[in-house]
Design a protein around this ligand. Structure first.
Ligand SMILES: [Zn+2]
Length: 248
């Protein structure tokens, strides 16, 4: 899958260097997970980092029976708004490895309640935490997640957010692993900054050469011929010739 950001588990040092916006966006991933569980309680969460991407600010990978489509975004955002409104504190609880494994086995990590299925990805992620590193769970309301942080103080900080896109992603980016659903979103400090970002994203979409090429009948791209190869249409050929004359 092209252009798919894949973040690796952050080291302690990298976590300490997370800036305010990354902290906010990662916290918003917790809020989004909380909302998803209210709608689909069987969701199994894997990994939900902030990302450095021109459109998205974070994602959370998950596995569940329901396949999320853009039609679900409004309902997810609606639940998120409730979590934000409740202004739940993000509370850090340090655990022994044994305690954390027990919670994951009871399905309680990345969840609102204990569940019949173990928190399978959290069990695996626990395995990846180096010996000697402190293990912690972060709680906001009933949502408990295996996480080293850092977060903002309360869910009320995540006011200006947007659920943006859903894609498939292999667990840990490895094609031998199960395929998960990756839900992308972003979050800003305030609504004005979010609106400005969304406007910029929309403008970039309008200027996208694939869109313009089609609308202005400049060229077409035929999947059978190859994604990278444009086939010039008469309008496009004129532009191309004029450009070549201009350059030479
Ligand atoms: Zn977290």
């Amino acid at each position: 899958m092209p252009d798919q950001p894949q973040a690796a588990r952050k080291t302690l040092e990298e976590r300490n260097q997370m800036d305010d916006l990354q902290r906010l966006r990662h916290s918003c991933a917790h809020v989004m997970a909380t909302a998803i569980l209210k709608i689909w309680p069987d969701a199994q969460f894997a990994y939900g980092p902030p990302i450095d991407h021109e459109v998205y600010g974070f994602y959370y990978d998950l596995d569940m029976r329901h396949r999320i489509t853009p039609d679900d975004f409004a309902a997810i955002e609606e639940e998120m708004r409730k979590v934000v409104k409740e202004n739940q504190p993000f509370e850090r609880v340090a655990l022994s490895r044994h305690e954390a494994v027990e919670l994951a086995r009871s399905g309680r990590l990345g969840a609102l309640v204990a569940r019949p299925e173990p928190s399978k990805f959290k069990l695996d992620l626990l395995d990846a935490i180096p010996e000697g590193e402190e293990i912690s769970v972060f709680k906001n309301g009933d949502f408990w997640d295996l996480c080293a942080g850092p977060h903002v103080a309360r869910t009320g900080n995540c006011k200006a957010f947007k659920v943006m896109s859903v894609a498939s992603a292999f667990y840990k980016g490895d094609a031998n692993n199960p395929q998960l659903q990756r839900l992308y979103g972003t979050c800003f400090k305030n609504k004005a900054a979010l609106d400005e970002h969304l406007e910029r994203v929309e403008q970039a979409k309008q200027r996208d050469h694939r869109k313009l090429g089609k609308e202005l009948e400049l060229f077409k791209i035929d999947e059978q011929v190859g994604q990278g190869l444009v086939l010039w249409l008469p309008n496009g050929a004129i532009v191309r010739n004029e450009l070549q004359k201009f350059i030479s």
